[in-house]
Design a protein around this ligand. Sequence first.
Ligand SMILES: NC(=O)c1ccc[n+]([C@@H]2O[C@H](COP(=O)([O-])OP(=O)(O)OC[C@H]3O[C@@H](n4cnc5c(N)ncnc54)[C@H](OP(=O)(O)O)[C@@H]3O)[C@@H](O)[C@H]2O)c1
Length: 247
Amino acid sequence: MNAVVITGADRNLGLEMAREFLKRDWTVYAGRYLMDLPLLDALQAEYPQRLKIVPLDVSSEASVARAAEAVAAETGRIDMLIHNAAGFGDHAAGAGGSMDFSSFMAPYNINCLGAVRMVRAFLPLMQAGMKRLCFVSSEAGAVSVAHRDAISSYCMSKTALNMAVRLMFNKLRPMGYTFRLYHPGWVRSAKIEHAGEKPPSFEVNGKLIGKFWPWESAASAVPQFIEDRDWEDRLVLIDNEGAAWPF
Ligand SMILES: NC(=O)c1ccc[n+]([C@@H]2O[C@H](COP(=O)([O-])OP(=O)(O)OC[C@H]3O[C@@H](n4cnc5c(N)ncnc54)[C@H](OP(=O)(O)O)[C@@H]3O)[C@@H](O)[C@H]2O)c1
């Protein structure tokens, strides 16, 4: 049976990807960051054998190490790692005015360094399986097509993530690892607190903003992560509709 580790699986895209893998008979090690949010527990009630909840703060080396130890106590084989967790941080309006630079560090720590921490900690469990490393990035980190003008720690952290993935690709692809660098589309990610709760409408002035519900984006992501490509030697940022982005 195949096994996947997913970071930031408490809600939205992470939670819905976990559900997609469970529907496909995978074992899911779901990183829990939000201890009081019951959505993962509700999913576990549906899949008590194959959904394993693992406390995980990707910004903490100690937490990542503890999570890897907990998973290693259960299995010697993880097929796929998905770094989905993200911090969004503050957006400053522009180059002028005051900026709280200290608040800019969290997205870099979670989005970029979190990915590196996870790969380093979990690689020993990935020697024998599918060897697939997946990273949820964003078009927001793509330098050559950047259109925003606010100084955004989120955008910059995703650019850093893309570079970290490229460097890991250079090192690990020759060892048989395959990579997915993924933009999930503009997802309507709500702060849903209860299982079965209806997400807010995302309506502004009568218009629905965002393009995809988390479950729609997850249903596109999971096949892309599972299916082999005949061009694994190229690292490409692909979105949920299969389009390639420069990055
Ligand atoms: N939504 C979009 O339109 C969009 C577009 C492009 C890319 N993405 C990417 O898609 C992924 C999923 O995003 P989403 O839309 O589902 O948003 P989300 O609900 O905010 O998902 C990210 C999850 O990671 C958690 N997290 C934050 N810090 C963490 C840490 N230190 N360790 C572990 N988990 C942590 C978040 O918890 P908190 O909620 O408490 O922070 C949240 O549950 C992210 O990588 C995001 O950058 C989203």
